[in-house]
Ligand binder design. Structure first.
Ligand code: BG6
Length: 486
């Protein structure tokens, strides 16, 4: 019988995301038969106490989604077990190995990455890193290339690369996978998907939440390492990569690595022009007053809670096409989107007055708050005007406009897909070592340039779209960020 061990099984990630995801998979009959789920954490509690905590968290989430079923819970309950362990000690992991039994074991490390190296070493000594076993690592692995390599070397001593599943939960989001379907399942986009037709690409990941109690972690990482090194560069890779030969894990990841290798390093003399660092000050979000980051932190800090960067990909397909990325906490909206901005017409036969102006096509791939893919195209304004008037209209692939019977019953948590894939050994949606290394390399270049230039974050009032320099980053090139809803 196979087992899934959740190290940090009582922590925030496990309770908020992993266990609810497992419940939903159970609910839909997708968990492998006989799979045991074992929580492992420091806290001295009985399996019954643990199960009661899990139920509380899972039930609240399932009820909110109208998906609570006592029967599904009973099935999940039967799989659940708990063991108090010191995961860094092989001795302490031996009883866990006994609980796991002879089947393959997938271990999810939902603990501080600073413990990864010691945990995998102890796992190996305790027999939890056998040939059929797997390990799932939550980001961030390291805080720069060097620390990533240190941790990953320890992981590689215990597990082969095929056994390692580095999670980036953005890859589990439905629309992110849909990007692959959109690009490579249609003939109409790919011929235009290059520097001849595309003017620029924008990637925005806006959050309304602040850092709050997470500052001990966040202060060490900042937006560059927390969001851009992983989620945003992954999105950039999926937009920019060449068509893979098939959907095999290595085919897709080979293409992503090539993109990362083609990212032009940001040099000291370009940081002021091509990057923006911000930190929120007290303000208002959603009509409520919120504290500034310094106040949450309790003292001044140089950590950025907002970053915007212009990235250039030095290859044939993207020569001259800038990719603008921005992400931040305490922005006005929770909005994640990729905007593909096509070029303007080479010549317009229409009137160029204000009303009739032809806007270039824009493809917006929205991940949050709603999943939607929309294409803005120009259309004749209906009527008998003597002079033809044009207007932009949006062609949308949102579920609201589709056959309702095809609509998924609820929006899945990204971890559902990823947990299932890890259990099935499919690593297509996980990050390979060389990918993570390349991403760190580029990001280290940015942070070194920041340090070299003494480039500290500019304040921005909570509830705004970051420092003014973020707008300048675009307007300097004659472009502007997409305004929400369009
Ligand atoms: C996590 C970051 O990886 O992603 C958080 O550590 C961030 O800081 C979160 O809030 C955002 O994820 P999502 O799925 O809500 O966009």
């Amino acid at each position: 019988m196979a087992a899934l061990v959740l190290f940090g099984g009582g922590g925030d990630l496990a309770m908020r995301m992993l266990l609810p995801s497992l419940y939903f998979l159970e609910h839909d009959g997708l968990l492998p038969e006989g799979l045991k789920i074992i929580g492992a954490a420091r806290s001295e509690e009985t399996p019954e106490e643990y199960v009661a905590k899990v139920r509380q968290s899972v039930e609240a989430k399932a009820r909110a989604d109208d998906a609570w079923s006592e029967e599904a819970w009973a099935r999940m309950r039967a799989r659940l077990d708990y063991l108090a362990v010191d995961a860094t000690s092989a001795e302490s992991l031996k009883p866990l190995k006994d609980k796991v039994g002879p089947g393959a074991c997938t271990s999810f490390l939902a603990v501080s990455p600073s413990l990864y190296a010691r945990i995998v070493t102890a796992m190996r000594a305790a027999g939890l890193a056998e040939a059929d076993d797997r390990v799932v690592l939550e980001k961030p692995v390291g805080r720069d290339l060097e620390s990533f390599r240190e941790i990953d070397d320890a992981v590689a001593d215990a597990f082969s690369e095929q056994q390692v599943f580095r999670i980036d939960h953005y890859l589990g989001k439905e629309t992110v996978q849909n990007l692959i379907a959109l690009r490579f399942g249609n003939t109409i986009f790919e011929p235009l998907w290059n520097a001849l037709s595309i003017d620029h690409v924008q990637i925005t990941v806006g959050e309304t939440v602040g850092v709050g109690d997470r500052w001990p972690y966040y202060d060490e990482y900042g937006a560059l390492r927390d969001m851009l090194q992983n989620h945003m560069l992954q999105l950039l890779c999926l937009v920019a990569m060449e068509p893979p030969s098939d959907l095999d894990p290595d085919s897709v990841r080979n293409e992503k690595v090539k993109v990362l290798r083609s990212l032009r390093p940001i040099r000291l003399e370009e940081v002021e022009r091509d990057t923006v660092r911000g930190q929120y000050t007290a303000g208002e979000v959603g009509g409520k007053p919120v504290k500034g980051y310094d106040q949450e932190r309790g003292q001044p800090s140089d950590t950025e809670t907002f970053v915007a960067i212009r990235a250039d990909i030095d290859n044939w397909r993207w020569a001259g096409v800038p990719f603008f990325m921005r992400t931040g906490k305490r922005l006005p909206e929770k909005r994640t989107e990729i905007v593909i901005q096509f070029k303007a017409l080479p010549h317009s036969i229409f009137d160029r007055d204000e009303r009739g102006a032809v806007q270039p096509n824009r493809l917006i791939i929205a991940l949050q708050p709603e999943e939607d893919i929309s294409l803005t195209v120009m259309n004749k304004r209906p009527g008998l005007d003597q002079r033809m008037q044009l207007q932009p209209i949006k062609m949308s692939l949102s579920w609201g406009q589709q056959d309702q019977s095809a609509r998924p019953p609820r929006r899945r948590i990204a971890y559902e897909r990823l947990l299932l894939d890890a259990l099935n050994g499919d690593s297509t949606l996980f990050v390979r070592r060389d990918e993570a290394e390349q991403a760190w390399k580029w990001v280290d270049g940015v942070s070194d340039a920041w340090a070299g230039a003494g480039f500290t974050p500019h304040g921005y009032v909570a509830g705004t779209w970051g420092p003014q320099s973020a707008d300048l980053l675009m307007s300097r090139t004659g472009r502007s960020w997409n305004v929400g809803g369009g």
